[in-house]
Design a protein. Sequence first.
Length: 296
Amino acid sequence: MSARSWLFVPGDSERKLAKGAASAADALILDLEDAVVPANLPAARGLVAAFLAAHPDRARQQVWVRINALASGLALHDLVAAVAAGPDGIVLPKAESAADVTALGHYLSALEVAAGRAEGATRIAVVATETPGALFTLGSYAEAGPRLAALTWGAEDLAAALGAASNRAEGGGYEFTYQLARSLCLAGAAAAGVAPIDTVFTDFRDHAGLEREARAARRAGFCGKLAIHPEQAAIINRAFTPDDAEVAHAARIVAAFAAAPSAGVVAIDGRMIDMPHLKQARRILAAAERAQGRPA
């Protein structure tokens, strides 16, 4: 799972689908949920299926589909339209626990077999904090199975469900409840061994604010961020790509341990470097390698 920027694109707009495909986003999320009113869903499903069929080469840009919630009565119709056309994965909103991933996996297996696709080919990314009850089950995703690829979190639907006037404090940062949701998502993803993806930055005109939030998310341990406007993708990509100084320092750490294979600790620039630093250095080098050849 190497996508840094995940761009939501309304599934009922040919113009926005084309703009998404031309953007720097590592992954598109063709949206059949919040961005599409129910009356437009039949047409949107057709557009999404056509877009997937027309973009079979995913080397530069993955293509995922956000379906409606499993409890909505709309999800199966979304899946029938999408799975046969071969998305990289399905984004599941308003999930309550890993049990929803298991249920979705059963649907996907049946549809993949019917479409002649390899069973298990369609991965799952979960929006894991959109309901109050979901905050208590983030640890369950460690048992979700091999289809699970990523966890992300949502502050907007959670605020609505809680009856909050805003999810932001007066200073601009998240209120405590949403900081908690973010941290639990990060920990849940780490426990499950999947990619933690930070939520959207809704002020799409505030590029500096987006960059600050994206860089803070990377420092915290997230490996990507959701986007709602094509211009946000390049900013997110830069924020989640290690710079030259980081790469050089990481390479020195790896080289130092390679030169002393029996050592548990090495000294670099007067600092003691141990195994957690080596693990992080390897992650930095892997992230830099994945970013090569992709838009900055």
